[in-house]
Structures are given as C-alpha cells and as structure tokens.
Design a protein around this ligand. Sequence first.
Ligand SMILES: *[C@@H]1O[C@H](CO)[C@@H](O)[C@H](O)[C@H]1NC(C)=O
Length: 184
Amino acid sequence: MRFFPLALSLSAGLVAAQNSCSVYDVAGTCISTEECAAAGKTSTPNFCPNDPADVQCCTTTPNPEIPTSNCQPHVVEHGKTILEANKGAVHVVWCYANKSGEHGKGLALDFMVGSYNPKGQVLAEWVMENHESLDVMYIIWGQKIWNPSNGEAPTPWENWRDMEDRGSVTDNHWDHPHVSFNAA
Ligand SMILES: *[C@@H]1O[C@H](CO)[C@@H](O)[C@H](O)[C@H]1NC(C)=O
C-alpha cells in the first residue's frame, strides 16, 4: 500500500519530463502549434524530437536584446528594427565575437531561431527586402548566401548561392540567419 503512491508520483514525473522542453534555455512545453498560438505563445520546431511535427516546443514569445558590447551602434539599431518586424521568431542574438570577419568588427548579427525553423527563412527574406534601409552587406541562411554588394538582385531564398558544407547545423546556418552590415 505504501509503494502505490510512490509509483503514481514516479509516472507523473515521467509524463512531465516528456512534455517539457527548452529553447535556448527558455523552458517550454511540447504541445500542438494550434494550442500554443491560442495561448499567445511561440512554437519552435525540432525541440520535441519524439513528438509528431505539429507538436513543437511552446515558450513565451521571446523578446531578445541586441548585445551592445563591441557591437556597432548602427548595427544594434538595425537589429532592433529586424526583431520588431519578426516578432516571436528569434530567441537569442549574437553580435561581437573575437574572430575574423564582420563579427570581429561588431558588424554582424546572428539571429538564433532553432534548427531548421522556417521562421529563419522568413526573417532572412525580410532582411533582403529591406536591405537598402538596413545597409546590409550580405545574408546567410540554410547554407545559402545572398550578397547585394556583388550586384545580386533580391530573389527568393531557394535561388540564393549555395555555400560549401561546413559540417554542422550551426556552421551551415540552419539555426540562425547571419546578417553582415556595411560600416557606418
Ligand atoms: C582573440 O583571439 C585570438 C586568436 O585566437 C587570441 O590570441 C586572443 O587572445 C583573443 N582575445 C581575447 C580578448 O580573447
């Protein structure tokens, strides 16, 4: 008789563990995208691997800050504009990193959306459509690059130039659009 309640609470714990998920350290629940939208929250795919495709990790709608440390002021402002127009897509934003290229100059932003999240393509194409006012140098999403400084005209992501396979989801930009900006 005493071990019956213990067994019950153990199985309740297992159910809770199956339903919980986290997206970039934000705790969420694996529920249908419909139920999540009705709650005014954000669904992110590929964080509930054992569930059907319409069950995704549901979290409060993220409202990330653009990191200002070593990030150029005009890049921070353009980043805010991009987030404002793409609400509920981005969980974390990175700017400066001690490496070569625009990140090392505080001229690039990584918008972390989660692996293979279709919202990444939507954001990347929105940035392309607004590249003039945002003074964009180039954009990468899903192992493809669009570079207006090479004279490339706006075109759907499918038509962007293919990039080499760099090995990982992150290195191939399948979990974040990368946007490089021109110097002010
Ligand atoms: C930046 O990276 C270089 C090369 O990897 C390294 O030598 C240097 O110590 C790093 N600087 C900082 C502040 O971490």
